[in-house]
Structure formats: structure tokens, C-alpha cells
Design a binder for this molecule. Structure first.
Ligand code: MEV
Length: 314
């Protein structure tokens, strides 16, 4: 039994999405987490091997991933706790803004459902992973688990009782470059700092989040065009970056790579994900242009710079 899940990239709207503004995210199909399930030895219960992180398998029933496996077994109505040995691997950089944790969790949920012979809806997978992420990160919006579970470009709004998740139209392939600062940043730290800042200055932050929301709405309209207006789209991405810097989640290493990408002719550039490190993205005209921007980012110290194409969709 083998199941996989992609990494994710937030195009625009991160952080403001925690406060009810819309955001747009896309899957990155070339970076994936993979989970396999085998029958475990008798009386061993659930064990989870994560060979990239530790030589010893996880057995602690209170570990969030073991809890997630139990929650999935309950959801698919497995009659008794089976003896299962799961293994998870991932080529998604950790704590870099690409959703490695949510992808690992999604691959595990899908592998367990496959083992049980149960078709599991994307929304159910997303909910299970969200509950698990909540235990780890406190107040995630839910966008990471949603885009990874649906594995398609989405428009996401956090709202009650359930988030709004809509597949969005991408009118023409979008050429992006992802540059990695190499600085690892745990999502919950910048998210917590933004919460404190918002509590201290609610009016300022609410206005910043609303300005991000306006950008995201305009971006959705531009993304749907069959002949993309790259200049306007790029300007929106860069404007989103300026707001993220005011929100307090940029970092010198991100600003440096964003400046390099713009100097190399990118139409726009911004951090992506939680910030304070991790990755930035830049908008290019085509694959040749993307390769040039990637080379400039590498020369300027990016630990990785990867061109990627978001295919037309919808
Ligand atoms: C992290 O990928 C995106 C943030 O907006 C946090 C969240 O939405 O939970 C920074």
C-alpha cells in the first residue's frame, strides 16, 4: 500500500488568511511525501518509521502522527486497532514554507484509508490533517492541509462552520521560480508573533490584512486570463510582499533574494509561507526566463532555486 501527497506553495495571502482573508495556494507535484503500510508483527499496534529523521520507529501513542493514524482508523471505522507498520519518506524541505508536515500527514491518512479499502473524500483527508496540525501549530488557517489534500490550485477562506475551498481557474501556465534562503523557520513562531502584534495594534493589522485580501482578489481575476498580464500580476505579488514586510514576517535573507529576482527581470517576487526564512517565489515570463532568474538566485546565495510551472487549470 503506497500513498503520496504533494508539497504546496502559497501564491498570495499568507498570514492574512489566518484572519479570514482569502488566499491562493497551488500544489507542487514534483516534491512529495510518500507513506507505505505493511502488516506489523503481532501485538505491536501502530509503529511509524521516519527513516529520514530517526533510526528508531515512533511507537508513542501520544505522538501527533500516531494519534492521526488512530483518528484515521476511527474515521474509516476499522473494527479493532490493527498491527500496522507504516513508513514515511519525503523530499520536501522541512520548515521551509512548502508544507512538509501537512504532506507527510496527508500521505499517512491516504495510506491508512487504502489499507482499509476505503475511498476517502479530499475534504475528510483535509479535516483529519487539520486537526493534527492544530495540535502542533495552534492556530493554522487550514490552507496548507486543504491545498495538499485537494492537490489542485485553490482559493481558501477560513470561515465558520467550515472553510470555503474552491478550485481556481489558471488561464495559462504560470512560470515561477522558488528560491530557498536555507533558513529554517517553524510556522508557529511567525504566526504567533503576528497574533501578538495584531492583539497589540488591532486596527493597523486589520487594515494590513484587508489590503492583502484586496490583492488576493485581484490576483484571482488575473490568474484566470488566457493571456496573462504578467506585469500586473507581478506587481500584485510584489505589493503583497511589501505588506508582509509591514506585517513583520520578512527577513533580510528573503529581501535579498527578492531584490535579486527583481533585478534579474522577474515580474514580481515575494516570500511564500510563514516567512522569517524559508522560501520566496518569483514570477517569470517563460522557462528560459525562469532558468535565468534561478541562476541569479543561486549566484546570490540561494541554497536552492527551482523553476516550476503551475499548469493551466479549470
Ligand atoms: C503557512 O503556510 C501559511 C500561514 O498563513 C499560516 C496559516 O495559514 O496557517 C502563515
Amino acid at each position: 500500500m503506497l500513498a503520496t501527497a504533494p508539497a504546496k506553495l502559497i501564491l498570495c495571502g499568507e498570514h492574512a488568511v489566518v484572519y479570514g482573508q482569502p488566499a491562493i495556494a497551488v500544489p507542487l507535484p514534483d516534491l512529495r511525501a510518500t507513506a507505505t503500510v505493511q502488516a506489523g508483527a503481532p501485538q505491536t499496534g501502530i509503529t511509524l518509521a521516519v527513516p529520514d529523521l530517526s533510526p528508531e520507529p515512533i511507537r508513542d501513542p501520544q505522538h501527533p502522527l500516531i494519534e492521526l493514524i488512530h483518528a484515521t482508523l476511527a474515521t474509516i471505522a476499522a473494527p479493532t486497532t490493527p498491527n500496522l507498520h507504516l513508513t514515511v519518506r519525503s523530499n520536501i524541505p522541512i520548515a521551509s514554507g512548502m508544507g512538509s508536515g501537512a504532506a507527510v500527514a496527508t500521505a499517512l491518512v491516504r495510506a491508512v484509508a487504502q489499507w482499509g479499502g476505503v475511498e476517502i473524500a479530499d475534504a475528510t483527508v483535509s479535516d483529519l490533517v487539520y486537526q493534527s496540525e492544530q495540535r502542533l501549530h495552534g492556530t493554522p488557517s487550514g490552507i496548507d492541509n486543504a491545498v495538499i489534500a485537494y492537490a489542485q490550485p485553490i482559493w481558501f477562506v477560513r470561515q465558520q462552520p467550515a472553510p470555503l475551498i474552491e478550485p481556481i481557474q489558471i488561464g495559462a501556465p504560470l512560470h515561477l521560480v522558488i528560491g530557498d534562503t536555507g533558513l529554517r523557520s517553524e510556522t508557529h513562531r511567525p504566526v504567533g508573533a503576528v497574533r501578538q502584534a495584531w492583539q497589540a495594534q488591532p486596527e493597523t493589522y486589520t487594515a494590513l490584512f484587508a489590503a492583502v485580501g484586496d490583492i488576493v482578489r485581484q490576483t484571482r481575476t488575473l490568474l484566470a486570463l488566457p493571456q496573462p498580464d504578467l506585469t500586473s500580476l507581478g506587481a500584485l505579488l510584489t505589493a503583497n510582499q511589501h505588506l508582509l514586510a509591514q506585517i513583520g514576517v520578512s527577513a533580510p535573507a528573503l529581501e535579498h533574494l527578492i531584490g535579486v529576482a527583481l533585478a534579474a527581470g522577474a515580474y514580481g517576487a515575494k516570500l511564500s509561507g510563514a516567512g522569517w526564512g524559508g522560501i520566496m517565489l518569483a514570477l517569470a515570463a517563460d522557462s528560459t526566463h525562469a532558468a535565468q532568474i534561478a541562476a541569479a538566485l543561486r549566484a546570490a546565495g540561494a541554497v536552492q532555486a527551482t523553476p516550476t510551472v503551475v499548469q493551466a487549470h479549470g
